[in-house]
Design a protein around this ligand. Structure first.
Ligand SMILES: *[C@@H]1O[C@H](CO)[C@@H](O)[C@H](O)[C@H]1NC(C)=O
Length: 251
């Protein structure tokens, strides 16, 4: 199965709000603690700094053009999928994602050299709830399927590792990759009207998705991951790291 996710809304929000010039120095809010990389407790200091300033980021930072992260709103997201006989595309609209505010940061593993830095960040979101509208069209073998309606997804125990790596250039951290590896303990998916108002078929499809969500999720993840990498790399460079001094943020 392949899936294409385009977090277009995030990029639009970034383009609209990220009005500050790349060379302009804005700086992170003063409440964000910084850690000295020569200190013996550098990793635990970073973990605590992220945990303690997380709500500052979640509420959004207007000076940086950083939008609110909980709920995170995405206007539109497009996906394509092919899995055996099943193929099609779906569009998600007005998607709201709740749960980032309750993130628990468990570990940060920094790696630094003279001109590079990478951070691995482990965190858990106990609960995530995503809802929005969808429109889908596709086919199973010779049969057409499709519809539009409402969907929601409840997840529990979402453990994620961020792998952020980049080079240090002109006192800026230029992020080259932002990998995300979320593992989900429990997932429950609801959607209405996948078969244009045939409730029996909709129910059968929902039962199928909820029975096989682990397989479906695993199949989608590698492709979704590649798209997250592109969009999150752009997002953090444009909204944060192009505007803050590396030496001051990561002394
Ligand atoms: C998710 O959608 C279903 C079906 O519309 C609904 O019954 C349920 O209450 C929704 N879940 C939440 C947490 O809103």
């Amino acid at each position: 199965m392949s899936s294409v996710t385009q977090l277009r809304a995030i990029v639009c929000v970034a383009a609209l709000l990220g009005g500050a010039r790349a060379d302009q120095e804005v700086g992170l809010p003063r409440s964000v603690k910084v850690c000295n990389h020569q200190a013996p407790d550098y990793s635990s200091c970073l973990r605590l700094a992220i945990q303690e300033s997380w709500m500052t980021f979640v509420k959004g930072i207007p000076e940086l053009g950083l939008p609110v992260l909980d709920p995170m709103e995405v206007d539109m997201m497009e996906n394509e999928f092919h899995m055996g006989q099943l193929m099609g595309r779906f569009v998600l609209r007005d998607v709201k994602s709740y749960g980032a505010a309750k993130s628990i940061f468990q570990a940060v593993r920094p790696t630094r050299s003279a001109d590079r830095m990478s951070l691995e960040v482990d965190f858990v979101m106990p609960k995530v709830f995503i809802e929005g509208d969808y429109k889908a069209e596709g086919s199973v073998g010779p049969y057409k399927i499709g519809g539009k309606g409402y969907f929601n997804i409840s997840m529990e125990g979402v453990s994620t590792t961020w792998g952020i790596e980049g080079r240090v250039e002109n006192d800026r951290w230029v992020v080259e990759h932002f990998h995300v590896y979320p593992e989900v303990e429990k997932m429950k998916v609801y959607f209405t009207d996948l078969f244009n108002g045939n409730p029996e078929l909709n129910k059968a499809a929902m039962t199928f998705v909820n029975e096989y969500w682990q397989v479906l999720y695993k199949g989608m993840l590698p492709v979704v991951e590649r798209h997250w990498d592109v969009h999150l790399t752009d997002f953090v460079n444009r909204l944060i790291f192009s505007k803050v001094s590396f030496a001051k943020t990561f002394p």
